[in-house]
Design a protein around this ligand. Structure first.
Ligand SMILES: Nc1nc2c(ncn2[C@@H]2O[C@H](COP(=O)(O)OP(=O)(O)OP(=O)(O)O)[C@@H](O)[C@H]2O)c(=O)[nH]1
Ligand SMILES: [Zn+2]
Length: 336
């Protein structure tokens, strides 16, 4: 997603958001025909930092136009801006359009906020950062991240850090059957493979505190602190350490740090939402009885996925891995 082609992934973006069929459009369209495209890279108290044309060097601060009401606008959203888009100090543009999202990462409702919320839009990739030791890896957490990724339309990438402290073999074996890309890093080596996988994409990074996420981000985005500073300067000086921000990668693309996400919204995800991300399973799952949870016998004795193993189209381990994920969807929160 270098500048210029950052919106090309889905041309349908250019349309006004669908789903408002009853409202006459003729009134709104001429007014916003001049709206310029931008990507949201930071949000702070009613102010959105937007990169014009996806260019990290052309940041503009915007408010949400009144006509959008409370339409959520989150990091990664592609928006249309009108008004003062000069980016000069003390100027404010208006967001008049939010394009349809290609993917969504949701966080769970919590005590202060009963609604599940989208925290990152349009990320192509979810980088699940887990240390191999100190802190110990937590399979339950990784599984829940995978479910959130598959259901939200993001490709997962497992990033195992601190390989100087423990070998990755056991975890690699646990996820081998999911054909999931994995990179292994240690802080005394440059994370070359990870860098290559982030170029020209919008990637969200998730991981527990202490796994080495900041260490990685600081290597990948040499001026990360400055970039974050730009965003925090926007909303009257508040600390942004708990904010989700998109950091520009030197070669193009963005890494979205998500320090604010403590758990994922998995409540409304169905087994089919997850199975849909497995091309080799999807078609067969459509042959299952209605309401099949794809767990196999005894709960789902007629699940057709077992057929894939019988015919040798899928390995028993792969089906088992998928079922473990399906199960983790309904498990209690393990992410603190
Ligand atoms: N041995 C070893 N230590 C590492 C490695 N990467 C990071 N650390 C250390 O682990 C600790 C946590 O690293 P951070 O990068 O701050 O971790 P984080 O995930 O950003 O944690 P928060 O800042 O709390 O969100 C620091 O003391 C790092 O020096 C590594 O590859 N090997
Ligand atoms: Zn089934």
């Amino acid at each position: 997603m270098t500048r210029g082609d950052w919106r090309r992934l889905d041309e349908s973006d250019v349309r006004v958001r669908p789903g408002k069929g009853t409202r006459p459009r003729s009134k709104r369209r001429p007014e916003h025909a001049d709206a310029v495209p931008a990507m949201v890279v930071g949000v702070d108290r009613g102010r959105w930092t937007c990169a014009m044309d996806g260019d990290p060097n052309r940041l503009v601060i915007a408010m949400r136009a009144r006509e959008l009401g409370r339409t959520p606008v989150v990091v990664g959203d592609n928006v249309g801006l009108v008004g003062d888009t000069s980016g000069q100090p003390d100027t404010l543009a208006r967001i008049v359009r939010v394009d349809e999202r290609r993917s969504v990462l949701r966080r769970t409702a919590d005590d202060n906020d009963p609604f599940e919320r989208v925290v990152v839009a349009n990320a192509g990739q979810l980088v699940i950062v887990s240390a191999l030791a100190d802190p110990q890896p937590r399979r339950g957490f990784i599984d829940r991240c995978l479910v959130a990724a598959y259901a939200g339309g993001l490709e997962p990438l497992l990033c195992l850090t601190k390989s100087d402290l423990a070998p990755p073999d056991e975890l690699l074996a646990a996820y081998a059957e999911l054909s999931l890309p994995v990179v292994v890093t240690r802080s005394d080596e440059y994370p070359e493979e990870l860098r290559a996988r982030l170029v020209n994409r919008l990637s969200a990074l998730i991981g527990h505190s202490g796994v080495g996420k900041s260490t990685l981000v600081n290597k990948l985005v040499p001026d990360a602190h400055r970039a974050v500073g730009v965003v925090s300067g926007v909303g009257k000086g508040r600390h942004t350490s708990t904010q989700t921000v998109a950091l520009p990668l030197p070669e193009g693309g963005w890494a979205v740090d998500t320090p604010g996400i403590r758990s994922f919204g998995l409540a409304h995800i169905t087994p089919d939402d997850i199975v849909g991300s497995f091309p080799d399973m999807k078609a067969m799952a459509e042959e299952c009885p209605p309401g099949c949870n794809h767990q196999g016998p005894p709960d789902d004795p007629d699940c057709m996925l077992d057929e894939l193993v019988r015919t040798g189209e899928a390995s028993p381990g792969r089906l088992e891995s998928l079922r473990r994920l399906l199960e983790s969807r309904s498990k209690l929160e393990e992410y603190d």
